[in-house]
Ligand binder design. Structure first.
Ligand code: 9D3
Length: 245
């Protein structure tokens, strides 16, 4: 069972994403356990303030260290060891490889969500094991990034996907973009479904799908194609594609 502890000032953000679809089923099946905790619960004083103005001045607020250290201490008091991960634009880029590594963790994964201008540096220095960014764009905080990380891990847990979906995840398709998909009707607004898909010739269908996956990857993500493990058949299909263009 993968255990995730989320620390955030906005726990409400997590409510519906965790209660729908794959994340709901993974939790119902006992593959995943996500607990979302409000950092304010560990903040001192009548107003339970978890942020403060930055030393040295400037705009915005900074998350105080005490509530975060308190929260981590109380988590450490019970249960499995922790792997503390800070979601931050300065983190290492999150990839499918990161997702695989974290989905295999035996420690509880703590996802610490920053907001505002950031987090007191002493949290990074004294309490954080790893820092993750989900990409080069500016979010308002770490909450949506934490959900991205949780979903990417959850679908990798054995039994989280149906048999058909996991077959599509087969290493055969690793590193390639998807082929085009069609469902009924066979003709829609003048656009036909490719003949081969209606033919029932499984071998031809497999070859067509492979070729279209290669065509798309070549056109849209040549960086992926360069790193994909290609079979002799793949190289033949790519030669066909090059001749067509
Ligand atoms: C306007 C403030 N920025 C000055 C350089 C820094 C900044 C601080 C905090 C920018 C964004 C945020 C909030 N974002 C996250 O906490 C975050 C994030 C992101 O913005 N992009 C990609 N991944 C992540 S993970 C956490």
């Amino acid at each position: 069972m993968l255990q995730v502890e989320v620390l955030t000032l906005f726990p409400g953000v997590f409510a519906s994403p965790l209660q729908e679809s794959l994340l709901r089923r993974a939790q119902e099946k006992g593959l995943l356990c996500v607990r979302v905790r409000n950092l304010r619960d560990w903040a001192e004083g009548r107003h339970r303030i978890a942020d403060d103005v930055p030393y040295g001045g400037g705009a915005g607020m900074v998350l105080k260290p005490e509530p975060i250290f308190q929260a981590l201490e109380s988590l450490r008091a019970t249960g499995d060891p922790l792997r503390v991960i800070l979601l931050t634009p300065q983190g290492e880029r999150f990839t499918q490889e990161t997702a695989r590594r974290l989905a295999a963790e035996t420690r509880r994964i703590v996802l610490l969500c920053g907001r505002y201008e950031g987090i007191d540096e002493r949290v990074r220095l004294g309490a954080v094991d790893e820092e993750i960014s989900i990409g080069d764009y500016v979010l308002a905080g770490g909450e949506l990034a934490a959900l991205v990380v949780i979903e990417a891990m959850a679908r990798l847990l054995p039994g989280a996907l149906g048999a058909e979906a996991s077959a599509r995840e087969d290493s055969f398709w690793e590193g390639l973009l998807d082929y085009p998909h069609y469902t009924r009707p066979a003709m829609f607004r003048g656009m036909e479904v490719p003949e081969v898909l209606l033919s029932g010739h499984h071998e031809q269908i497999r070859r067509w799908r492979r070729k279209e996956a290669l065509r798309r990857t070549r056109a849209r993500r040549p960086d992926l194609l360069a790193r994909a493990p290609l079979s002799p058949e793949d190289r033949e299909l790519l030669r066909e594609i090059e001749q067509e263009t």
